[in-house]
Design a protein around this ligand. Structure first.
Ligand SMILES: NC(=O)c1ccc[n+]([C@@H]2O[C@H](COP(=O)([O-])OP(=O)(O)OC[C@H]3O[C@@H](n4cnc5c(N)ncnc54)[C@H](O)[C@@H]3O)[C@@H](O)[C@H]2O)c1
Length: 271
């Protein structure tokens, strides 16, 4: 019987590929035989990531580009198509937060830095739309392809502090459903769009908010753990199975979904 989870030789383009979560996922996919294209802004980090991926036998490559700079994405697209001739999967992993788009406990909504709010919206939502506009053209042509977006626990419940980020990730959820319908209706059932919503994973962006220098949890860290039935933070490996599933034919009838990978955070009332 055919292995429906087989991703060998699939061309998988990953933005934010030197980051904690998408970076680890990109290396995992390479270890499973995919031809992974690492996209990021810093060449040195990309070179390291590709060298690691090649050790597992993957025919990986990298392109330096910014998810908000269309011409850099177009150049990357040309290089990818010149090497592989097609793209099978796009993982929109680039994203993040900015201090001015956050309302800390000593501030109120009226202290919001509107320019930073716009910048966070632009990075998380625009930075998902623009790569899909460029790399998704292959899916239109092939009538086959997969988009995997990164949502967050903040997209459906009000998570204190992170206002701009929450607004943007709610947009990513909506975009996931909207594009799923648009692509299915115009290009057929071979083109799918889904997202995963990671729970709380320690990364460079939230480490100081969730943990103290001695590794113990901050008050917010403890609050998160209390609302997570598994009683722990996620580690990047926890995302691999869901990403692999979404990238493979095993999820062939799945589109427009946002899958929580959260140790139960989203299903628990907290009481
Ligand atoms: N860590 C968590 O708990 C968590 C939870 C839910 C969702 N997420 C989402 O998962 C994704 C990965 O996050 P992470 O935790 O690995 O963070 P990370 O900061 O390690 O990775 C994000 C990557 O995006 C890159 N990036 C930022 N702006 C960019 C730009 N303009 N162009 C190109 N690349 C750019 C960064 O350089 C970084 O490599 C993000 O979308 C994030 O919002 C993270």
């Amino acid at each position: 019987m055919k292995n429906i989870f087989d991703i060998k030789n699939k061309v998988i383009v990953v933005t934010g590929a030197t980051g904690v979560l998408a970076g680890a996922a990109a290396k995992y996919l390479a270890s499973q035989g995919a031809n992974v294209v690492f996209l990021g802004r810093r060449e040195e980090k990309l070179q390291e990531a590709v060298a690691a991926a090649k050790k597992s036998g993957s025919d990986a490559m990298y392109c330096v580009c910014d998810v908000l700079d269309k011409s850099s994405l177009e150049k990357a697209n040309e290089a990818i198509l010149a090497k592989y001739g097609r793209i099978d999967v796009l993982i929109n992993g680039a994203g993040g937060n900015m201090p001015g788009a956050t309302i800390t406990p000593d501030k109120t909504f009226f202290d919001l830095d509107f320019a930073q709010w716009q910048a966070v919206l632009s990075l998380n939502l625009g930075g998902t739309v623009l790569p899909t506009l460029v790399f998704g053209k292959s899916f239109e042509r092939q009538k086959k392809g997969v988009v995997i977006n990164f949502s967050s626990m903040s997209s459906t419940q009000a998570l204190t502090r992170v206002m701009g980020y929450s607004n943007a990730k709610a947009g990513v959820d909506n975009l996931t459903r909207w594009l799923a319908v648009e692509f299915a209706k115009k290009f057929g059932s071979g083109v799918r769009v889904n997202a995963l919503a990671p729970g709380f994973f320690i990364s460079d962006q939230n480490r100081a908010l969730l943990t103290n220098p001695d590794g113990s949890y901050t008050e917010r860290g403890n609050d998160v753990i209390k609302k997570t039935p598994f009683g722990k933070f996620g580690v990047a490996e926890d995302l691999f199975g869901t990403i692999h599933f979404l990238a493979s034919d095993a999820s062939a009838f799945l589109t427009g979904t946002v899958i929580p990978v959260d140790g139960g955070f989203s299903c628990f009332s907290g009481v």
